[in-house]
Design a protein around this ligand. Sequence first.
Ligand code: GAF
Length: 400
Amino acid sequence: MTTFAELKANLLDSYRKEFPNDEPTLCSFAPGRVNLIGEHVDYNDGFVFPMAIPLGTVIIGKALDDSANNKCYIRTLSNDIDEPKSVEVDLSKEISRLDSPKWANYVVGVLALFLEHTKPTKKQAFRILIATSVPIGGGLSSSASVEVAMCTFLELLYQSSSVNIPALSKVEKALLCCKAEQIYANVPCGIMDQYTACMAKADHALLIDCRDNTSKYVPMKDKEVCVLVTNSNVKHELVAGTYAKRVKHCQEAAELLGHNKLREVSSMEELEKAHDKMAPVIFKRARHSVTEIKRTEAGAIALSNNDYQEFGRLMYESHASLRDDFEVSCEELDQLVELARSVDGVYGSRMTGGGFGGCTVTLVKKSSVTKCIDAIKKGYKGTASFYEFEPSSGAYSINL
Ligand code: GAF
């Protein structure tokens, strides 16, 4: 696992090779996340229960003086992305969405909305280098980590350039980054990932109420228990289109029930009563959302009471609901969950993130982690990678 310090050191190395005698002065960091429970419900105003992970995005760079002609130079060191690895943005023009490279939209989208929101008296040119340790497309929120690292970098850039801008609260920052993803990456995502990257606290999971964007920290520091994340290392295509379709199905269900969002459905009984009004697929999507929101509230209570058996039971139920009702799992994720379930000392396991590949999250006794990894390695039809995560802190920036 590449640490923040190692990422920063790699970036500094590359920067110095490329721009000798022109030291970077600013650095920002934002984490990825793993969602413990509460999947595909943030855009339904539901509850989600993620924690930040010690993988994330680091940006280093510096302000450029006026001779840069209002240009921003953005470059990434990541390998798993489309070419080219660098883009230039002209601050004197409108910043629009790029057809390619796609990765750059997560960065320029935040830049565009940051300028729109803060309306600085002078737009500051800059040069940045970006690197991330979050596996791309692994369901651990690499995109939000890039967005929030970018926004955090811009805050420091303007602060250190003494250009007055209004301060952003952490929630405003999360909302700005979320909107950037919706507009510039064209994904109708909810707030969970950006909120976690902004608000997370070490040794705590975060119960987020996506209706009013408030949250509660739930301590998670039991040395006997481990959050094991298993990457299936598969990424099935069509994820973005399918995600948007799920969002649409949920919206349709809410409207049929006379609500703005599925969070407003009071009980399964209310939903059952509307069964005949709904196409079977819409009913299934709604059933996942309604039951998942309840599971998440119950899950946060269980974890606060260190009731890992109960939390694990809810994780299995969540996975089944995502597999059967929401239909966002895949063979590989189902297999990883079943293999984990077969091991003594595993409390629960489920797919995490958007689905169709990516990772599972497993709550397991520390003493059973090796057994669990071995069972998966032996039984899994692909090649999995494993991470033992402790809850990490949210985004921050430093002067170099
Ligand atoms: C992706 C989205 F970006 C989140 O908003 C959330 O909907 C998640 O999928 C599914 O829970 O990470």
